[in-house]
Design a protein around this ligand. Structure first.
Ligand code: F6R
Length: 614
């Protein structure tokens, strides 16, 4: 989704802003722009539909000097992608320029009032309404920019992360946030702004995270002053970023997605590190231990998430019910938040999110907390909004994920959920010791088994060529691998734009089997499990209808090899950990098909990495 970058200091701002915009490209966008104040205090705005390169091309013969500036990548919400809808937006007199992430919900009412007061609009965005409102308030009250922003934000309903600069005032950037993240990077007398840390990390690892309804006045050589929209002064600890620059580079891989798929042995080791002892006899998540009574006495667990994180949640359901014997419901955050759900104070709500900023998940958390439930976050981005709005939680520690299609974050989420289930089960006494230790020991072997699964890459690449022009795909799985069928289908849809559906294999007979003919590739997850024989029968049903079966099987499974049209072999593991291995070939299959189709793998059309609007 939209990205924000800003700079105030002693260096030329433009190169920093452009580099920052490139770093933010992974979030998904359709236009970009920059605003600068030069030595003569002139405020210039340059913007272009398309990529950051288009903006660079447009600005190359313009005045791009100045040591203060703001820049933006826009993902269209109000108004189509176009030059005029791109940010920054000028105010009517062109004395202010503003960038904005989020949505101003009452923009139509505010716009009508401004039109009555003589304001005209160049774009169809809600953002332009905000900058015009700030200018109107500033003139009406004859006040400074900070006060005008403060008054304006009190009139606004919705979500925002904003940065504003003013002609003739090269000494300050005003920034504010509500329900949309904003980070201030603290350098040596200079400051950076980012919607996440990626445009900042190159210059400093010291950051301040703004909280909701806070406004920062950022000046060179001064500590940022932070005041809420209700005019309460705040002080913020400077935090250390965990991210490093190499996470933002492709490191020799053609795409971030492939790099991130290959990182999984390492990311899962990091995820387990410090949580499982070396002997493999104990797993402890402090976020659970610190509140163990809550988990032991939980009436129910409700898991809320979106997209791939929701698929991880489905695996969580199997894990918690098997190990902890606590009933689990898994809900799309977007449905949960609007359907007046029954929530008890002794329910535990687990919110799963890579970004920690997904708008629907944040709203669902707010609802659960109001109802008195204990809310636990499973997130990747350290310091993001979900970890800051939950009672406790565990980070997935898989590093910055740039590819829009989530891969390493998914397997890390499943790993954290496994460790959570084991920790709770041990405390509750709902797991016998042998099973507890066997599961931990096998979990420790997963990174090396993923390495073996990755060795099938060349075979999968060859196989992908046969299916590049298929119009539809069906993915089948059962038990712990049913969510993997959904996830495999989602990966293919997102990056190749091929229609794909995931089903629990036994559901085929209840309708979808009508789709099967010799044109339909069926990816069947057919690894060893308690219901292996049933999966064999499901595959036979497909074969009997001339479907083309691509089976994910355990190494050396001759029965499956003889039955399937194509097969991909992966190492065997215990059933509850199988998703950590079966996910790998499906990620690779989607990746290679998308590459064959020449798709923009890391930034697929219409998608955003962090969905900060509902
Ligand atoms: C799919 C994907 C999305 C996200 C979803 C939730 O590859 O990445 O479906 O999983 O938008 O995002 P987070 O996990 O950041 O809450």
């Amino acid at each position: 989704m939209c990205g924000i970058v800003g700079y105030i200091g002693f260096r030329e701002a433009y190169p920093i802003l452009i580099k920052g915009l490139h770093r933010l490209e992974y979030r998904g966008y359709d236009s970009a722009g920059v605003a600068l104040i030069n030595k003569e205090d002139r405020l210039s705005v340059y913007k272009a539909k398309g990529r950051v390169q288009d903006l660079e091309e447009y600005a190359k013969d313009k005045d791009i000097t100045g040591t203060i500036g703001i820049a933006h990548t826009r993902w269209a919400t109000h108004g189509e992608p176009s030059n005029s809808n791109a940010h920054p937006h000028y105010s009517q007199s062109e004395s202010l320029a503003l960038i904005h992430n989020g949505i101003i919900e009452n923009y139509a009412v505010l716009k009508a009032q401004l039109i009555q007061n003589g304001y005209t609009f160049q774009s169809s965005t809600d953002t332009e309404v905000l900058v015009q409102l700030i200018e109107y308030i500033k003139k009406l009250n004859n006040c400074d920019l900070f006060s005008a922003v403060q008054i304006a934000l009190n009139q606004v309903v919705g979500a925002y992360a904003i940065a504003v600069i003013e002609k003739g005032k090269p000494e300050q950037i005003i920034a504010a946030r509500k329900s949309s993240p904003l980070v201030i990077g603290v350098g040596d007398g200079e400051f950076f702004i980012g919607s996440d840390a990626s445009p900042i990390i190159e210059y400093t690892n010291k950051v301040i995270y703004l909280d909701d309804e806070e406004i920062a006045i950022i000046k060179r050589n001064e500590e940022p002053k932070i005041v809420t929209i209700a005019n309460i002064e705040k002080t913020h600890e400077i935090k250390q970023l965990e991210m490093n620059l190499s996470q933002l580079e492709r490191g020799g891989y053609p795409h971030f997605m492939l790099k991130e798929i290959y990182e999984q042995p390492e990311t899962l080791k990091n995820c387990m590190s410090g949580r499982i002892n070396i002997e493999g006899t104990n797993v402890t998540l402090s976020g659970i231990i610190d509140h163990k009574e809550k988990f032991i006495n939980a009436r129910r667990i409700i898991i809320i998430a979106c997209g791939t994180s929701w698929h991880a949640g489905l695996i969580g359901e199997y894990l918690f019910e098997e190990f902890c014997r606590i009933p689990v419901e898994v809900e799309y955050a977007s449905e949960f938040r609007y359907r007046n759900p029954v929530i008890h104070p002794d329910d535990i709500v687990i919110a799963i999110s890579q970004s920690g900023e997904t708008a629907d998940s944040l709203a669902a958390i707010e609802l659960a907390r109001k109802a008195g439930a204990f809310v636990y976050g499973v997130c990747n981005v350290v310091g993001s909004s979900i970890p800051r709005n939950t009672d406790s939680g565990s980070y997935t520690h898989c590093g910055h994920e740039i590819g829009v299609a989530s891969t390493k974050a998914f397997t890390a989420q499943v790993t954290v959920l496994t460790m959570m289930a084991l920790t709770i089960a041990k405390e509750k006494g709902s797991i016998d010791n042998d099973k507890y230790i066997d599961t931990i020991k096998e979990l420790q072997l997963i990174p090396s088994k993923i390495e073996k699964a990755l060795a099938a890459n060349e075979k999968i690449k060859e196989l992908s060529k046969i299916f590049t022009y298929a119009q539809n795909f069906i993915y089948l799985g059962r038990g712990y691998n049913y969510p993997i069928a959904l996830e495999g289908a989602l990966k293919l849809k997102e990056i190749s734009y091929i229609h794909a559906e995931g089903y629990p294999a036994a559901e085929m007979k209840h309708g979808p089997i009508a789709l099967i003919d010799n044109e339909m590739p069926v990816v069947s997850i057919a690894t060893n499990s308690a219901i292996y024989e049933k999966v064999v029968s499901n595959i036979q049903e497909i074969k009997a209808r001339k479907g083309c079966v691509i089976a994910i099987i355990n190494e050396g499974d001759e029965t499956m090899k003889s039955m399937a049209d194509r097969y991909i072999e992966i190492p065997a593991t215990i059933e509850c950990l199988d998703p950590l291995l079966t996910a790998i070939p499906l990620q690779l299959l989607a990746y290679h098909i998308a590459v064959n189709k020449n798709r923009d793998v890391d930034m697929p059309r219409n998608l955003a990495k962090s969905v900060t609007v509902e």
